[in-house]
Design a protein. Structure first.
Length: 164
């Protein structure tokens, strides 16, 4: 990775800091302030439930934080939302896709090699079928790696064929 794109890296880090930390804190403060002073403060029935801004913040934090943790947990563990995000990331990020495809290729190769090593360790002769399987796997990997680039859809085609 070249570090000659320092301005883009700085821009990326700035956006991350802003979006994840600074904007989150400001949005929370803004939401609490606006909802209290524009909504609750003007309605006596709500003012009786939340008599002060500090009590409003305390109640919202006590109810809101566990609620938002539950929603976040559901997003990652119980719904299709996070899976869809990862699918989009893999489809749109060739580096992420390449990493996943390479891992899949290495795993299949390692499993075949383990079988061969086990047979050799047992002093068994390798039959021609196993040798042909290894040769075929080797040819597939060589052919695949020569054709693929980050700009073509080789990794995505492999990904769809092997994983989906």
């Amino acid at each position: 990775m070249a570090k000659n794109n320092l301005m883009f890296r700085a821009w990326y880090y700035f956006r991350q800091g802003w979006a994840i930390y600074f904007a989150f804190i400001l949005a929370a403060i803004n939401t609490l302030t606006v909802t209290y002073f524009l909504a609750i403060d003007n309605y006596p029935s709500l003012k009786s439930v939340f008599p002060s801004f500090e009590q409003y913040v305390a109640i919202i934090v006590v109810i809101g934080v566990p609620l938002l943790i539950t929603v976040g947990y559901a997003h990652y563990k119980k719904t299709e939302g996070f899976k869809s995000e990862v699918d989009v990331l893999i489809e749109s990020n060739p580096y992420q896709r390449r990493y996943l495809v390479n891992t899949e290729i290495m795993l299949s190769l390692q499993l075949k090699l383990i079988l061969v090593i086990q047979e050799i360790a047992k002093n068994q002769d390798l039959d021609q079928n196993k040798i042909d399987e290894l040769k075929k796997l080797y040819e597939e990997i060589i052919t695949f790696t020569k054709k693929r680039t980050f700009l073509n859809d080789g990794d995505m085609d492999f990904f769809k064929k092997k994983i989906f």
